[in-house]
Design a protein around this ligand. Structure first.
Ligand code: A2P
Length: 336
C-alpha cells in the first residue's frame, strides 16, 4: 500500500535527488507533497505521481503525512521535524540537527539497519562524508573491530547545496578566462562569498565552520557519527575535511587499525562482498566522476599499512547527493 510522503526542501540539491530516487526505485506513494520556502511556494513540479504544487513549509499542515524526508537545513529540521513527527509522520532527517540525540537513531542503510527500529518519530541520516567512508569501515569493523581511523576527505561543492555548485561553475568560468594568471599570479578574486577563498582551480583545507580545538563541524561529525553508527564510542577518529573543486562525489582517504591485524586478502574479501559497494583494483582507481549519479560507493587503493603494519589504507568515493544523502534517506524510508 502506498504511503503519504512529503519531501521538505524539495527544490534543493538533495530534495530534487530525493524525488528522482523515489521515482527510480518505484517507492510506493499514495500522495506526494513537496515543501520548501515561501520563495518556491506555488511552483509546480512534474512527478511520476502527477503534478505537485510546492507548499510553503511555514504554513503547511503536516496532518496525514506518513513519511517525511527532510533536507531543508538544520534550522528547519529543528523547528519542523518534531511537529511533523507529532502529527504522525516518520521523519527521516538529512540535517545534523538530531544526529547525536540519544533518542534518534543514526542509520547507514546496509550497515546498521537494525537501529531504525529504535526510532520515536525521527531517524537521522548521517553526514555525507561519514556515510561514504562507513560503507567500507562498517564491514571491516564488524569483522575485526575498528580501533582507529585517520580520514582525509575530498568533498565536492554540492555538499554545500545548489549554491556550492553555482559558485564553482561561476568561478571556473571567471578564473578560467585568465588561466595564465592562475600559474603566474595576478588573478582577480571571483567575488563569491560561499567559501572562505575561491574554490575554482583551488583546494580549501577546511570544509565547514571552525568549532572546537581548531577542528571544523564537518570534522567533528566524522568523529562522533562514526562512533555512534558503529556503536563503538572508543574508536579513535582523526579527521581532516577538505573542499575540492568537484561538482558531485566525495572522496575519503582513510587508514584504519583494528583490534587485530587485518591482512590485505582478508580486507579484499570483506570489501569485495560489502553491500552497496564496488571494489576496484589499481587498474582503475575510482574518482568522484565515476561515483556521480550511481548508487554504489566505490572502494579502491586497498593496501596494507607500511609505517605501522597490521592496518589497512583505502580510498572510497560516493555520490554525496545519493548514498551520501537522498538514496540513504529513501533506503531508510523503505526500511520503515
Ligand atoms: P527554496 O528553494 O525555496 O529556498 P540546497 O541545500 O540545495 O541549498 O536546498 C535547500 C532546500 O531547503 C531548498 O529546497 C530550499 O527551498 C529549502 N529551504 C531553505 N530555507 C528554507 C526555509 N526557511 N523554509 C523552508 N524551506 C527552506
Amino acid at each position: 500500500m502506498g504511503k503519504r510522503t512529503a519531501i521538505v526542501g524539495a527544490t534543493g540539491a538533495v530534495g530534487t535527488t530525493m524525488l528522482s530516487i523515489l521515482e527510480q526505485r518505484d517507492f510506493p506513494i499514495s500522495e506526494l507533497r513537496m515543501l520548501a520556502s515561501s520563495r518556491s511556494a506555488g511552483r509546480v513540479i512534474a512527478t511520476k505521481w502527477g503534478e505537485v504544487t510546492v507548499e510553503d513549509l511555514a504554513t503547511a499542515d503536516p496532518s496525514g503525512i506518513e513519511i517525511a524526508l527532510f533536507s531543508a537545513g538544520g534550522g528547519r529540521s529543528k523547528e519542523y521535524a518534531p511537529k511533523f513527527a507529532a502529527a504522525g509522520a516518520v521523519v527521516i532527517d538529512n540535517s545534523s540537527a538530531f544526529r547525536m540525540d540519544d533518542n534518534v537513531p543514526l542509520v547507514v542503510a546496509q550497515v546498521n539497519d537494525h537501529a531504525v527500529a529504535e526510532h520515536h518519530g525521527i531517524i537521522a541520516n548521517p553526514n555525507c562524508t561519514t556515510m561514504v567512508v562507513i560503507m567500507a569501515a562498517g564491514p571491516l569493523h564488524r569483522a575485526a573491530g575498528l580501533k582507529s581511523m585517520t580520514a582525509t576527505s575530498y568533498q565536492s561543492v554540492s555538499g554545500t547545496g545548489q549554491t556550492g555548485m553555482d559558485v564553482l561553475t561561476h568561478e571556473i568560468d571567471v578564473l578560467g578566462k585568465d588561466h595564465e594568471l592562475l600559474a603566474k599570479g595576478g588573478w582577480t578574486e571571483p567575488g563569491s562569498d560561499v567559501y572562505s577563498r575561491p574554490i575554482g582551480f583551488n583546494v580549501l583545507a577546511h570544509a565547514g565552520g571552525f568549532t572546537d580545538q581548531g577542528y571544523t563541524d564537518e570534522e567533528w561529525k566524522l568523529v562522533n557519527e562514526t562512533r555512534k553508527i558503529l556503536e563503538a564510542p572508543d574508536i579513535k577518529v582523526e579527521p581532516f575535511c577538505v573542499r575540492v573543486p568537484v561538482m558531485v562525489g566525495h572522496g575519503i582517504a582513510a587508514t584504519m587499525f583494528f583490534d587485530r591485524p587485518v591482512s590485505l586478502d582478508e580486507a579484499n574479501e570483506i570489501l569485495g562482498s560489502a553491500p552497496g559497494t564496488q571494489l576496484w583494483d589499481d587498474s582503475k582507481v575510482p574518482t568522484p566522476l565515476d561515483s556521480a549519479g550511481i548508487d554504489d560507493v566505490i572502494i579502491g587503493r586497498v593496501r596494507p599499512t607500511v609505517g605501522d603494519p597490521g592496518g589497512i589504507s583505502l580510498w572510497t568515493v560516493g555520490d554525496n547527493l545519493r548514498k551520501g544523502a537522498a538514496l540513504n534517506a529513501v533506503q531508510l524510508a523503505e526500511l520503515v
